[in-house]
Write a protein that binds this ligand. Structure first.
Ligand code: SF4
Length: 178
């Protein structure tokens, strides 16, 4: 059983822009998001953290809904030019570090959360998926939210988190199911 008060105390010490406990049943899983992975993402079929390795959307949905709780965390970063993909992506590692710190808060309490974060896994230079080998660091790898077919927009809207940013603000979100 998580001591949520202690967790929230720890969260308050991180540079998070936002966090909220959400109901996994309220998340929207969509084949449309999976279609974008398949049709548009260069990482499709390249890592264990991406489709098709993560399984069908229905399986991902079942897995996520099996948890009774979910913590959504968000960070923001300001960039010179949001259209500059390199500059935007350079703000991602800081978000991943914070995601791992939050994951560790759970682990310190003996709970291993199921973590979804951003983009494809970049732990190894060459993902073992490409060689038909098992993932080398299953304890560290996080599929991204979209890989599971999750359309986060309605959840962001419910939490008042859409269309409130300035032009050159990058936002990143992670979900930790527990
Ligand atoms: S930890 Fe390595 S093997 Fe596992 S998904 Fe990430 S890149 Fe692939």
């Amino acid at each position: 059983m998580m001591d949520l008060e202690k967790l929230e105390q720890q969260l308050s010490e991180l540079p998070l822009y936002f966090y909220s406990f959400i109901d996994p049943d309220g998340l929207e899983f969509s084949q449309r998001i999976r279609y974008i992975c398949t049709a548009e993402c260069p990482m499709y079929n390249k890592t264990w953290a991406c489709p098709p390795a993560v399984g069908e959307v229905a399986e991902c949905e079942k897995k996520c809904r099996n948890y009774s709780g979910c913590l959504m965390i968000g960070t923001i970063a300001e960039v010179q030019d949001i259209a500059n993909i390199d500059e935007t992506l350079a703000t991602r590692p800081a978000h991943e570090t914070i995601t791992n710190q939050v994951r560790d808060f759970f682990r310190q309490q003996g709970v291993d959360p199921y973590v979804l974060s951003t983009e494809a896994c970049a732990e190894c230079q060459r993902c073992a998926w490409l060689d038909g080998q098992p993932c080398r660091h299953p304890d560290r790898m996080h599929p991204c939210v979209e890989s599971h077919g999750i359309n986060l927009i309605p959840t962001l809207e419910e939490n008042g988190l859409v269309f409130q940013y300035g032009e050159n603000i990058v936002t990143w979100y992670s979900l930790l199911f527990f």
